[in-house]
Design a protein around this ligand. Structure first.
Ligand SMILES: [Zn+2]
Ligand SMILES: [Zn+2]
Ligand SMILES: [Zn+2]
Length: 256
């Protein structure tokens, strides 16, 4: 399976720089220290799939010159992962059909609440056109493409990561149990969240993320959902084990 992965955003919920922050990461001139909210775009031979559509969705689509979108997978309902959904309207207009969205029931209900004008009998004219597809913790298909949800915990909230072939994407996790870890065997590339060196109640810190990577041993791993407290890219990157990298906005990887 040939996959092309584009990192559209690699930052934590506030993005980096964080508004009003004078720290040396937020004021860094290195583009790798600038992070929009976390999202990746996955291209297979015939599907174009986005994971999460946060508040930077519109700019991310424009910046990466994305002209086609078949489906959106949501990891969970926090605003830094869904706030941009209103802007699927451009794709509705030019593709002349709804965008397919996949998420578990709780997340779908929240999308319906937040974007109430886009769903139900009162759907407002010109509102985004989104087909809601509920999923559970089992393999599902987008066309003929197999997607495997991975159940992870985000403090007390159970959320999903996703595996497509030899690629897996997990964000906002701070726990993965043994059975779910088994779904991460034999990966080419794992993307995993790592907020900062210090502990956090609902996200893996750097040490915890590296422990998960050491357990499942993908060929390579990229860290995402990074906060300004992680430190400067050029200082942290050399300290990481071989095969592990901080992701950055605009990074493109190919998996064959
Ligand atoms: Zn988040
Ligand atoms: Zn800062
Ligand atoms: Zn979250």
């Amino acid at each position: 399976m040939d996959l092309k992965i584009t990192f559209l955003g690699t930052g934590t919920s506030q993005g980096v720089p964080m508004i009003a922050c004078p720290c040396r990461v937020c004021t860094s001139v290195n583009p790798r220290d600038n992070r929009l909210r976390s999202s990746v775009f996955i291209e297979t031979e015939n599907k174009k799939i986005l994971i999460d559509a946060g508040p930077d969705f519109r700019y991310q689509m424009l910046r990466a010159e994305i002209k086609k979108l078949d489906a959106i997978l949501l990891t969970h309902e926090h605003r830094d992962h869904i706030a941009g959904l209103d802007d699927v309207r451009g794709f509705n207009y030019f593709q002349e059909k709804p965008v397919e969205l996949y998420a578990e029931n709780r997340v779908i209900k929240e999308v319906e609440n937040v974007f109430s004008y886009a769903f139900g009998e009162d759907k407002y004219p010109g509102a985004p056109d989104i087909n809601l597809n509920p999923i559970e913790n089992g393999e599902f298909l987008i066309g003929s493409l197999s997607v495997i949800p991975i159940r992870v915990s985000h403090y007390q909230l159970p959320i999903f990561g996703y595996r497509i072939g030899p690629f897996a994407y997990i964000t906002d996790a701070n726990g993965i149990d043994h059975t779910e870890l088994e779904k991460l065997r034999n990966l080419d590339t794992l993307v995993l969240n790592a907020l900062r060196p210090q502990p956090h109640i609902s996200h893996f810190n750097l040490r915890e993320a590296l422990q998960v990577i050491a357990q499942v041993r993908p060929k390579r791993a990229y860290l995402t959902h990074v906060g300004h407290q992680m430190g400067l890219f050029e200082e942290i990157q050399p300290t990481l084990p071989s095969g592990v990298s901080l992701a950055w906005d605009g990074l493109v990887i190919h998996i064959h």
